[in-house]
Design a protein around this ligand. Structure first.
Ligand code: NIG
Ligand code: FE
Length: 409
């Protein structure tokens, strides 16, 4: 961890009050160890700071990017399914035939913990190289106690690198595993009575997620899982209203969920419930795009009611084989019609909120020194380009990594 002064820098603090993007133009930021110690006019840097200094020549600095929704750990791949979908079979049809999520479940059960770790590391490197400093990762491709724990143990190992923070989520209620085909209640019982207590004991998850959908679980089934999760002191969140309106967002809000995610079929009543509960709307343009969806999430209404919007990659082998959060920022604008400022807030301030993290997501004295220095001329440039990676430096928990030949070292 370094003590460091970043000066002649334009800070996109992403704080809500004040200028667009929370812009502070041509200022200085003092980083002390792993937190932001001081922000102010560059001529007023307190003179007791004799730290190393970087002149940023008017470059822009944002909070480290945060991906609030991924399924980054999995075995196998679903390239065959991608080709099937291109020939006209739908995502739901593939799932009903026993493919889709279940084919990844089979592969994940068969893959060793070490092999899962190695493949996840490679995927994670793509996010890190683009300035992602915090990423949520869900289980949900095990659907038995042993494999769910295996996935979450991989998440824990990925976290040890200290180069990126992993926020683990238990997604036992992703889909019904084949061995419980005729016993839905039995599977919910397994989640509640076996998986949840063991995962809580091992401190392997911060939150509990579910898939509330015709091809996932019903309102009532998810409610049972949420009640149990809450009794273990875990946060809840939900895949809601992705393919149909199941009243999932209102259910999530009823249990004070951190977020409800996807939301293409979200109703106004669901939006009002989310607003009242402070539940963040996590939008996932990668899944919308991959599934060639045509029903947009209700952005106008989300805006009207002031529901905070976050953006995630939904990185997974089926509905969103996305390895770039930056591309999601672009798609959030081009496809979902967010403004570049809303999209950037979606991968910083609101993404932190969607994960219940109060120590990051904006640039502010006292918060984590998680920052990215960009080689751009205008803040909207972060949403504008498709491809490219204009990073100069990434600071993670106070440690400085600079970009050299496409690598952060
Ligand atoms: O967020 N919607 C459910 N879960 C994932 C898809 C997982 C998969 O297809 O493997 C999603 O889109
Ligand atoms: Fe998902």
């Amino acid at each position: 961890m370094s003590n460091h002064i970043w000066t002649d820098v334009n800070l996109l603090t992403m704080q809500e009050d004040g200028e667009a993007y929370g812009l502070l133009q041509d200022v200085a930021l003092v980083q002390e160890s792993d937190y932001i110690a001081w922000i102010g006019p560059k001529d007023d840097i307190p003179n007791h700071y004799d730290y190393e200094m970087t002149y940023c020549d008017g470059g822009y600095m944002t909070p480290g990017l945060i991906d609030p929704h991924t399924h980054l750990i999995y075995g196998g791949n679903r390239i065959d399914e991608f080709e099937k979908r291109l020939k006209g079979t739908s995502y739901e049809e593939i799932a009903k035939e026993g493919g889709g999520i279940l084919s990844t479940v089979t592969a994940t059960r068969e893959t060793t913990e070490n092999d899962l770790l190695q493949s996840a590391k490679k995927r994670l490197a793509n996010f890190r190289a683009e300035g992602v400093t915090t990423i949520e990762i869900k289980s949900g491709y095990g659907l038995d106690t042993k494999t769910e724990i295996k996935m979450l143990s991989v998440a824990k190992k990925l976290n040890l690198s200290n180069k990126i923070d992993i926020i683990p989520t238990f997604l036992g209620a992703h889909t019904l595993p084949p061995e419980f085909r005729d016993n839905r209640t039995g599977y919910i019982g397994l989640i509640i009575n076996d998986m949840l207590p063991k995962i809580t004991d091992l401190r392997l998850a911060k939150a509990v997620d579910g898939f509330c959908e015709n091809i996932g679980f019903s309102y009532e089934e998810i409610e049972r899982v949420f009640i149990a999760a809450k009794s273990y002191g875990l946060d809840v969140k939900l895949h809601a209203e992705q393919l149909s309106d199941q009243n999932g967002a209102a259910l999530a809000a009823k249990y004070g969920a951190l977020s409800a995610d996807h939301l293409e079929h979200l109703s106004e009543a669901g939006i009002i419930a989310m607003k009242e509960a402070g539940t963040v709307a996590v939008l996932l343009p990668g899944a919308y795009y991959t599934l060639r969806d045509t029903k947009l999430p209700p952005m106008e209404l989300l805006r009207k009611y002031g529901v905070p919007m976050a953006i995630g990659s939904d990185c997974n082998p089926g509905s969103s084989p996305v390895l770039s959060l930056k591309l999601m920022v672009n798609m959030a604008c081009t496809i979902f019609r967010l403004t570049p400022e809303e999209a950037l807030a979606g991968v910083t301030r609101n993404a932190a909120r969607a994960l219940g993290l109060k120590d990051r997501g904006v640039l502010k004295e006292g918060l984590n020194a998680d920052m990215v220095l960009w080689d751009i001329e205008h803040p909207a440039e972060l949403a504008y380009h498709i491809g490219g990676n204009p990073i100069r430096a990434v600071v993670k928990n106070g440690k400085i990594f600079t970009q050299k030949n496409g690598d952060l070292n």
